[in-house]
Design a binder for this molecule. Structure first.
Ligand code: PLP
Length: 399
């Protein structure tokens, strides 16, 4: 493999647009640029494309009706619509619950409501990143308006048992709404809202090979939520703004392709992820797998390189074309260790030196072999300049 090739292992941050997605979108930038709400026949193609795309997203979620699907601008909009929408529609209950390891697009709206006087509970996770369901059961009450729980964690890939979460919540209070942020599950595992039974579920196109700037929100029929964007009649009055037709076509095409390649994700992408993970854990002495034995999406591994700095590792990776990340894309850039790894109680020895590798269906065996060939020497180099020489000696002796 050539040394100037890009090895993109940061698909949880964003993913490459599939050529077939781009191809499907192009006519709606060029010849079919009409507003789908227009009355003339020129608008009919665009309108038909939006109707078809909604039908595809209905199938992607396994929703009962197209009327349960709303197009959004991104995953963050989906989460904000769900949270602010549900709390806007029912102002009587003042207790909300989420987990300590959610994406900031959930945690920050929760902090906002906390500042407005809501009582908020943040459910913890164990050292593998698995949710404490007993704690959840204890916290749900007659005053709980909303529980938000992600489907898969963006940093560790750990899958949360959202079906059980919904069961627990609804058995304690059938009126409590449940929102599932499925942004990191979409395209990696099947999303079936009939099984999950949540009231609202969001996805974001750019995590599964559609472009950035388009998402979708499922809201079960009868779920009351106030719109985030008020204006025109679009999305049945729940999300104003002229429909972004090319991107709507794009997310639907990407959803179709994702559904078709789910089996490949669960076998081949997982095999490459496991090869990378096992290879690094074996060949590099100061490593730990941050998610332990937890059930994970097939593309993600989070590895702690003890006693060295994550940022330094990433810079050295970048020099040889490897793209990975430490913490989530949103928190990297700050030196604060990841809130997810802290909630898991990851020891300080690898809190700063943890790296997330996230693969996709476009990752090749050659790329994984290249990483396995190059990374041990990089880590050895960084180990030599680490201020923790005694501790590293001790670790090496016990490996
Ligand atoms: N939820 C999760 C779990 C994510 O990982 C992300 C993005 O990283 C988002 C939501 C936000 O998605 P978007 O970037 O489309 O706003």
């Amino acid at each position: 493999m050539s040394d100037n090739k890009l090895i993109y292992l940061d698909n949880n941050a964003t993913s490459a647009i599939d050529e077939k997605v781009l191809e499907a979108m192009m006519p709606f930038f060029k010849e079919n640029y009409a507003n789908p709400s227009s009355m003339y026949s020129f608008g009919a193609t665009a309108q038909k494309a939006v109707v078809e795309a909604r039908g595809i997203m209905k199938d992607f979620f396994n929703a009962k009706s197209e009327k349960e699907i709303y197009f959004t601008g991104c995953g963050s909009e989906g989460a904000n619509t769900a949270i602010k929408g549900v709390l806007g529609a029912d102002k009587t209950k003042k207790h909300i619950i989420t987990t300590k390891v959610e994406h900031p697009c959930v945690l920050n709206p929760y902090k906002y409501y906390e500042s407005k006087g809501y009582n908020v509970d943040y459910i913890g996770v164990n050292s593998n990143g698995e949710l404490d369901l007993d704690e959840l059961k204890e916290k749900v009450s007659s005053n709980t308006a909303l529980v938000s729980c992600m489907y898969a964690n963006n940093e560790t890939g750990v899958i949360f048992p959202v079906e059980k979460v919904v069961d627990i919540v609804k058995s304690k209070n059938p009126d409590t709404k449940v929102f599932v942020d499925a942004v990191q599950a979409a395209g990696k595992i099947d999303i079936d809202v009939q099984k999950i039974n949540a009231d609202l579920v969001s996805v974001s196109g750019h995590k599964f090979h559609a472009p950035k700037g388009i998402g979708a929100l499922y809201a079960k029929a009868g779920t009351l939520f106030t719109p985030l964007i008020i204006g025109g009649h679009q999305e049945r009055g729940k999300r104003a703004g002229t429909e972004n037709v090319p991107y709507i076509v794009g997310i639907a095409k990407a959803a179709q392709l994702a559904k078709d390649s789910l089996n490949y994700e669960l076998t081949e992408v997982k095999r490459l992820r496991d090869k990378l993970e096992r290879g690094l854990l074996k060949s590099v002495f100061n490593t730990r797998l941050n998610s332990g034995v937890a059930n994970r999406v097939p593309n993600t591994t989070n590895i702690g390189f003890e006693y060295i700095e994550g940022e330094l590792i990433l810079l050295h990776f970048s020099d040889i074309g490897i793209c990975a990340s430490s913490g989530s894309a949103c928190t990297s850039g700050s030196l604060e260790p990841s809130h997810v790894l802290r909630a898991m109680g990851v020891p300080f020895t690898s809190l700063h030196g943890s790296v997330r590798f996230s693969l996709s269906r476009f990752t090749t065996e050659d790329e994984i072999d290249y990483v396995l060939e190059k990374v041990p020497a990089i880590i050895e180099k960084l180990v030599k300049i680490s201020p923790y020489q005694e501790e590293l000696e001790e670790l090496r002796a016990h490996k």
